[in-house]
Design a protein around this ligand. Structure first.
Ligand SMILES: [Zn+2]
Length: 390
């Protein structure tokens, strides 16, 4: 085989090798952020959904996408079918895994809820032999009600809790239900590493309030939905309300603007906050300057002034409400303040007091007695956390 033939064979081998994802296929072209095109039938699809894309290429019907109308060579077709089966199996295994986690979590929570019930009901249940002693179905969990046939801890626990429910008065049933929900909340907080204070959030109280009102048709939003359309909706709503609130008394009290730069996880960011006499500083924007910097730009005075001007004009198009720009002492933002002061004739550019306060506390935290105290409290906090965990 000549050189050209060898290359052709290698290229063909590469073409029909196993696909790791459908997006690696050269006949699948990404279009923008959320669309893709099949280069075999030339159809455009939206959104980018990996399983549906594989179903299209593998010509698997009834999966929410039209199958590919173009003819596919046999070896390529086999490659798509293999990927389709791997994708479906992965989804099934993931679902099974979630069910297992759910069962284990339910069993563990029931154990804890059982103990909680004991405390609340001031009754001794069979705590010492919780997993080793099976109970008769429908019985209250006392030592005399043991059955001969052993069952799995999970089934035993479930039936013992249900049995408890069968024989108790309404108030006790409520106590058990309350204990189960209480433990479910605590277990969720501990297992998913949520901050303890979040349980006291008014928004969590709203979740519980609305959860009582929904029926079986309610579906918990997916993570894609939470981080996608629901986030967009919440963001737009929040920004609109914030703008209304900031501008409500702006014609009387004027507007003040605060801004600072920070690089967080390699992202060069600039925050902008607006403030009115009756409104505490409210976030107006957090601008990602990555694109500007990737094109050789810098977070210099002209860039910051231009970015700020665009934002401020959305709130104050007549330039008649803006009174003050607060920046820290860095030369680039100080110069940007001077530029903005020239562009907004009724404004002054001043040093932001919050930077001074921050530096003040930074200095204090470095004093030897304070530093020791901070370190001690940090380790004490860790010990308390460990004690709670184990
Ligand atoms: Zn196609």
């Amino acid at each position: 085989m000549d050189i050209t033939g060898t290359f052709a064979a290698e290229a063909d081998e590469e073409e029909v090798s196993q696909l790791m994802t459908i997006w690696d296929d050269k006949y699948v072209e990404s279009v923008g952020m959320n669309s893709w095109r099949c280069l075999r039938c030339n159809k455009l699809f939206k959104p980018k959904h990996a399983t549906r894309a594989v179903a299209h290429m593998a010509k698997e019907k009834n999966l929410g996408i039209a199958v590919c109308s173009a003819s596919t060579p046999k070896e390529h077709s086999q490659r798509y079918t293999d990927l389709f089966h791997r994708t479906v199996n992965k989804a099934i295994n993931c679902k099974r895994g979630q069910e297992t986690v759910l069962n284990v979590a339910e069993a563990r929570q029931d154990v804890a809820a059982f103990s909680l019930c004991e405390k609340k009901l001031k009754t001794t249940l069979v705590q010492s032999s919780l997993f080793s002693t099976p109970l008769a179905s429908g019985s209250v969990s006392t030592a005399s009600s043991m059955a001969a046939k052993p069952r799995s801890p999970q089934r035993w626990l479930q039936s013992s809790l249900n049995g408890l429910v069968d024989q108790m008065v309404q108030s006790d049933v409520r106590t058990i239900s309350n204990a189960k929900l209480e433990m479910a909340i605590a277990d969720f907080w501990h297992s998913d590493n949520l901050p303890d204070r979040a349980v006291e959030s008014p928004r969590f109280k709203l979740i519980l309030k609305y959860a009582k009102l929904v029926d079986q048709t309610f579906k918990v939003p997916s993570r894609k939905s939470i981080g996608g359309p629901l986030l967009d909706l919440n963001y737009k709503n929040c920004m609109t309300l914030n703008k209304e609130m900031i501008l409500k008394e702006a014609d009387v009290f004027g507007l003040a603007w605060l801004s600072d730069g920070a690089t967080v996880a390699r992202m060069p960011l600039m925050n902008v906050l607006a403030m009115c006499a009756n409104i505490s500083p409210t976030t107006v924007a957090i601008t990602d300057c990555s694109e500007h910097i990737s094109h050789g730009g810098k977070k210099d005075a002209p860039f910051i002034a231009s970015m700020m001007e665009d934002l401020v004009l959305k709130f104050d198009p007549t330039k008649s409400h803006t009174d003050i720009f607060f920046f820290d002492g860095a030369s680039n933002v100080a110069k940007a303040g001077q530029v903005l002061q020239a562009k907004f004739p009724r404004s002054y550019s001043l040093h932001g007091g919050e930077h001074v306060v921050s530096l003040f506390f930074d200095d204090i935290s470095k004093l030897p007695p304070i530093k020791v105290s901070v370190v001690f409290h940090f380790y004490a906090f860790l010990l308390i956390e460990c004690d709670l965990t184990f």
